[in-house]
Design a protein around this ligand. Structure first.
Ligand code: TXA
Ligand code: MG
Length: 353
């Protein structure tokens, strides 16, 4: 750290915050860092600005956007009929990777919520973006900054790759600390319902809420004709160019299964402990099998890592469903279009006494 230049650096950051806020208020699109993934931000109250988001991403019009707020003090301005639980959750998890679906107030335009009478709101845990929201003084509508269907962006470089030439600016806030999107919980129903797994685990939510349901769209593939409560869950998502197959089960079991199936032009996403078993193949290291935080940070990068290579098929290991593993596994399975292999594990022999 060059102490002589601290003041200069601070001035530069402050100037960037001001510039980004000005662009937002002028109706432009700005790529913004958050703790989960990079967002593609616009003034959430400005219909024309929000329409530009759908155009830049190639996003279906029926897929609502999340409003990013400066804090829980903004809830009563943009939402109504707010249950106490919303404030309990905000106190515990905001700023942070939790989106709450609440009844929307009339100031929120139809295009932001895709015509729904509810709105998704969250307060992101990133100092620069929080300052931009405060400076702009408006809620920032922001989907993940990837092109629709692609893996989400966890660096400014990823955003440039997908959005170059389509947006006014990208604020580089470094790599995303969480790496998977926010958990979405619908508080307009009883009991509350998890619509998307994400950075806050279901176990953590249960501790605050008690009763809680997990929507089937957050877990499995949809049957034909089913419509999920989070419209975005029905679209193919996170997909690299090569087809993906998820191999579930304990690390040594899935590694063995993948080895059995590999052909020369295949690629592998695996835990660090197994990288050495796939010499000669293109491998993306997901992080240690013990370290779900790193796996979450790595998962989209790993999926993007095969684009621009000649890999024909991708096989991936998958963490168990506990804690962050639920969200990481969900991203991998969605990237695979739920193409999965569940190898038979040896039955555990219980000692008879
Ligand atoms: O972590 C995140 O949530 C990131 C960062 C940028 O904040 N944002 C993000 O936005 O993941 P997006 O647009 O990629 O995903 C938002 C999801 C979609 O599946 C959408 O259908 C759902 O949230 N959603 C938004 N508003 C909703 C509402 N009122 N009711 C139900 N689902 C909603
Ligand atoms: Mg997205």
């Amino acid at each position: 750290l060059d102490l002589r230049n601290v003041k200069g650096q601070r001035r530069a950051v402050e100037a960037q915050i001001q510039q980004a806020a000005d662009l937002i208020l002028a109706g432009e699109l700005v790529g913004l860092p958050t703790e989960t993934v990079y967002g593609l931000g616009a003034n959430g109250l400005d219909k024309e600005a929000v329409a530009k988001i759908f155009a830049a991403k190639g996003r279906p019009q029926d897929n609502p956007l999340i409003l990013h707020l400066a804090g829980a003090q903004w809830l009563p301005i943009y939402c109504k009929d707010i249950p106490i639980a919303a404030y309990s959750l905000a106190r515990k998890f905001w700023p942070g990777p939790l989106t709450m679906v609440l009844k929307r107030a009339n100031v929120v335009p139809d295009v932001t919520t895709a015509g729904l009478d509810t709105v998704g709101v969250r307060c992101p845990d990133h100092g620069v973006t929080l300052s931009i929201i405060r400076e702009a003084g408006v809620p920032i509508a922001a989907p993940s900054a990837n092109l629709s269907g692609r893996p989400s962006c966890t660096s400014a470089e990823d955003v440039r790759e997908d959005m170059n030439g389509k947006i006014a600016a990208i604020v580089d806030g470094g790599p995303c600390a969480v790496g998977v999107e926010s958990t979405i919980v619908d508080l307009t129903c009883t009991p509350p319902r998890v619509l998307r797994a994400g950075g806050v685990s279901v176990e953590e939510l249960e501790q605050v809420l008690g009763g809680l349901l997990v929507d089937s769209a957050a877990v499995t593939a949809l049957e034909d004709g089913q419509t999920p409560k989070a419209p975005g869950m029905k679209y193919r998502h996170y997909a690299p160019k090569a087809p993906v197959t998820v191999v579930t089960g304990a690390g040594d079991v899935s590694a063995k299964e993948i080895k059995k199936r590999l052909e020369p032009q295949d690629g592998v996403i695996c835990f660090s402990e197994y990288v050495h078993q796939f010499k000669g193949y293109r491998v993306e290291d997901l992080g240690s099998i013990e370290d779900k935080q790193t796996q979450a940070q790595r998962v989209f990068d790993a999926l993007r890592g095969f684009d621009g290579t000649d890999v024909k098929r991708i096989f991936t290991q998958c963490p168990d469903n506990r804690g962050l593993g639920f969200a990481i596994g969900n991203r991998l399975k969605k990237a695979a279009g739920f193409q999965m292999i569940t190898p038979k594990e040896k039955a555990v022999v219980l000692g008879l006494t």
